[in-house]
Every structure is written in C-alpha cells, then in structure tokens.
Design a protein. Structure first.
Lengths: 308, 227
C-alpha cells in the first residue's frame, strides 16, 4: 500500500508543497537538497518567489529564511541535519532567536539514518545543540502523521521549530504527541517508567512487553512537558530513551522530579567519534538502541534498585 | 523634523554617549553615509517604523553604533536623553544594536556577516508579499566583507535580480587580507550595479544611493580614510 511506505521525508515535501499552495505567507528555502523532490511536485513552477534554492550555501539558507520572516513570511528551511543545524548554528542563534523571529527548520538524516554516509552525515547532537537556544520547539516525530501535524502546527502559530524527520518510524501515530507527553502504557504503582521520544516508541513497547514497565511518549522534547510528566510519573525509576545524544533531556527530567526521590537512566546515542558505516539497524544494535538492548538496560537498572 | 535634525548636531549627540567632547566624531567611518541615508534617501519616519511599505535600513556592521544612534536621535527615532544611558544595563542602546529594544532598528547586529544575508531574504520576502516598492539598504564594512556569508548573499541577490537591495560598503581599508581590484568588482561580477564614491561627500553619496539600477541589486562602495 503506497501510503504505508510514505516516509516522513516524502510527507514533508508533499505537505510543504500544499502549504505553499494554500498559505501565501509560506516560503521554502533550500540549499540543493530537496530541490528535486519539490520540483517534481511543481512547487518551483507554481511559486517561483516562495520556493527558493540558494545553492549549496547553508548559512545563507538560514539567514534568507530569517530575512523572509522579517518580511512577515513563514519560512521553512530544509537540509540534512548537520548542514541545517550544526554548520550554520550561529545563524540559528542570531538570525532567528536573537532577532525574535519564527520559522521551521526541517532536517533529514537524524542521528545516522544514512549510516554508510559516515560521520559527515550523522547528527546525534543536533537536538542537544538546538536545545541550547531559547524559544525553539523541537519536534521529533515517530510517524509521518506526527511530522505533518508538527509542521502544520508550527506554520499555523508562527513559532520557531526544529522538525527532525527520520527514516525509522513507529507503526502508528500517537494523538497529542506533538503537543506534549502522553501515556501509552500503564504499569503498577511502583513500575519503572520509560519516556520514549519519536521513533523509539515501538521498540520501547517491545522491550517492555514482558515486564511491569509504564511507557510515556512524546514527539516534542522541547519545550519539555514537565507538567504532564510530573502528573504521569508514579515510581522512582525513570528511563529516558531518546534517538539522539544520550542524556539530552536528562536535566529536564531531573528538574521535573526534583521534589521526589527519582533515579534516572538516560539511553540514547553515546557520546563519541563513531567511525562506522553499515546500516542504521547496525548502529542501533551497537549502541543498545534496539528492543533487546533497551530491555537489558532497563532490567539491569531496575535490578540495581533491588540490590540497593 | 526635530530641532536636532541637522548634521552639525551629530557631534553633540555622540558626545552624550562617549562623554568625550573632544572625541573626533567626524572620524567615525559610517557617519556621513548614515546621515545621507536618513536625511535624503530612506522613506521611513519615527511614526512609520512598523509600516509594511517602509524602506528598511539594516546596519550589518553593528560594531561602533554611536553614529547610528546619533542619527536616529537627530531624526526623532530615539530620545536624546536615552543616548546618555548608552551601554548601561537597562539601556536600549548597547554596544551592538537590538531591534527588539529600539523602535526603528531593523536588525540586531554585532556579529559580522549576518546583515546582508538577512537583507537579501527580507527583500525576497517583501517581493513575495507584493508590498509595493520598499527598498532594503544594508551597510557593511570592507573588513566585514571577509565573512563568507556576505559573499553567499552577493551571489544570490545577483541571481535573483533583487533591484530592491542596495549594499553600502564603508571601505576604510581594514580588511586584513584586502580586496585586490576593489570591492565594487566583487559585486559587478555577480551582476550587481556598483559605484565607488567618496564616503565623506554627501552629494556623491546621495547620487550613488539614488542611482538608477533597473533589474539589478546595487552596491555603493564608500571610501573613507584608512583605519
């Protein structure tokens, strides 16, 4: 079925093209990447002044997007995560945050979607980097429907949003996940609680299937939904499973539970200069980010409590 | 027009910030270009700082903004008494300007190489919104032109035939590695109209800034005494 094979990236191009048609404030600014896809959808023919390819100039792509926001537009900039976020980082800081402007930065590539592309195309630190800047909503969808609702929501209210599109998806969307933290699976009163972000949900549910483990989910790690998190947390063990740099949201979890005894385990992509190619499945396995790796680490974390 | 609205008053206004009557205000590289822009060229007034159709002036070279603030005060955008708070904790007037603190300031600047790329995007956004004919003037320095982001913007503005954009390069020969052949050539090769003028001569500056440049962005290199 065609719909089932539509990736977040496919959906992004289709929805962006639709937004250009229906909202004259919307502009898309590219640096070669994504041009072929939007050209195929006719976006450049229909909207030559709002669909812009600046060439391989990512700093300019971000600044031009911000400049269009200065004119009252709702820009969308798009590229591979390292070139959208890390290379032009000061443009995010100054041209969007410091100027006080809104816009959407939509990345592809995630932590290592193109695993064989190597470190130059991997960006496990992108969310942590953007999270240092004020006023960004960070969306990490786990399904194309969540990517679409996140994109449309950000365009509608004109906020600054970083939308992190990934190859890996969950089997279905979760209602409310782009607005905050939601409960997906309830455990006993003392059950450890896992907060899964974006594409980590399905494997977390698989990892938890035989155990008394509660599962929360969000596709919006920033702003961190501390209110819902506090309302939903019950036990003393919290496990954070994020598809990017491990510990990216640890400080948020700790702050949200500062008034109660809580132990936190952060699972994510380990810090390091990983020199490996292959597939993203192989990277997940190597980092313990597949279902069995997550199950083992959660069980070990919980059993440490029992011994103590 | 305010009672302060004369070039001769800029020295006194700047001394409110520097506290130094002997400060050689005329040595400020951007002073004459800024004055001519606000006095003779820009279609913007203190009452129209939010008007969508206004001309935009982007001070990309946000370092050393005293001349800018003095001109804004002379033209009524900033109360002269505010100049005395320059650089203080609660002042809207910092060592680098912030659009969120000063009405009439179009961008926050200070880090070099951001204004021209922002200005190009702004012009493209205004074009897409069909907001009449607002123009975008952006002041950069010759040393600021070292930043590669400016070169990226020069290429795009040329390819997009952004007639609304005028870049003003105040050239005090402070670029550490220099620009062989002059800065105007860097714009011309990318399809811009470009002229080089005496950055102290108000008539020359005005005629350069208002020069016809149909279908092309325009660059005015304003040469002043070397730093």
């Amino acid at each position: 079925m065609a719909v089932a094979t539509e990736t977040m990236r496919d959906r992004f191009y289709r929805v962006t093209s639709e937004l250009l048609d229906t909202d004259e404030r919307v502009a898309v600014v590219l640096a070669d990447i994504g041009v072929a896809q939007l050209r195929e959808l006719g976006a450049f023919d229909r909207h030559p002044e709002r669909a812009i390819n600046v060439g391989i100039r990512e700093s300019l792509m971000v600044s031009v997007s911000a400049g269009m926001a200065l004119a009252g537009m709702r820009p969308i900039a798009h590229s591979y995560a390292p070139f959208l976020v890390e290379r032009p980082f000061e443009q995010l800081k100054l041209d969007f945050s410091h100027q006080g402007l809104g816009g959407v930065l939509a990345s592809v590539g995630a932590s290592y979607d193109w695993a064989s592309g190597g470190r130059t195309h991997h960006a496990p630190g992108d969310v942590a980097a953007v999270a240092t800047l004020p006023g960004w909503t960070i969306l990490v969808p786990g399904h194309p429907d969540e990517a679409e609702s996140g994109l449309r929501g950000a365009i509608d209210d004109g906020r600054r949003a970083y939308l992190r599109l990934a190859e890996q998806t969950n089997s279905g969307p979760v209602a409310g996940a782009t607005e905050g933290i939601v409960e997906v699976r309830r455990g006993s009163a003392s059950a450890p609680m896992v907060l899964a972000v974006g594409p980590m949900l399905d494997r977390v549910l698989e990892a938890a299937s035989d155990d008394d483990v509660a599962v929360l989910y969000t596709a919006r790690p920033r702003p961190f939904d501390a209110a819902s998190f506090r309302a939903l947390v019950r036990g003393t063990e919290v496990v954070l499973v994020e598809p990017y740099l491990e510990g990216t949201s640890s400080a948020q979890v700790v702050a949200a539970t500062a008034d109660r005894p809580t132990r936190v385990l952060a699972i994510g992509v380990p810090h390091g200069e990983h020199r490996h190619y292959g597939t993203y499945e192989e990277h997940d396995r190597a980092f313990g980010l597949d279902a069995s790796g997550i199950r083992e680490r959660v069980r070990a974390f919980v059993s440490t409590t029992a011994v103590a | 027009m305010t009672a302060l609205d004369r070039y001769e008053n800029l020295a006194g206004l700047m001394s409110l910030m520097t506290g130094d009557e002997k400060h050689s205000f005329a040595a400020t590289s951007t002073l004459d270009v800024l004055w001519v822009l606000y006095d003779r060229v820009l279609r913007v007034t203190p009452e129209a700082v939010d008007l969508p159709e206004r001309d935009r002036f982007l001070l990309s070279k946000g370092h050393g903004p005293m001349a800018y603030y003095a001109v804004l005060a002379a033209k009524g955008f900033v109360a002269p008494s505010v100049l005395e708070t320059f650089g203080q904790y609660d002042s809207p007037l910092g060592m680098h300007p912030d659009r969120n603190l000063v009405p009439g300031v179009e961008i926050a600047s200070g880090s070099l190489g951001h204004g021209l790329p922002l200005g190009v995007g702004l012009a493209m956004g205004l074009r897409a919104r069909r907001l009449g004919e607002p123009r975008v003037f952006c002041l950069v320095g010759d040393a600021e032109s070292d930043e590669g982001s400016n070169q990226e913007a020069i290429v795009l503005a040329g390819r997009e035939s952004l007639e609304a954009v005028t870049a003003i390069v105040v050239d005090n020969q402070s670029s550490s590695r220099g620009w062989p052949g002059g800065l105007a050539a860097r714009f011309e090769v990318e399809g811009w109209s470009a002229v080089t003028v005496d950055g102290r001569d108000h008539e020359e500056i005005e005629s350069a800034l208002t020069l016809e440049h149909a279908g092309r962005p325009h660059a005015v290199v304003a040469r002043v005494e070397p730093k």
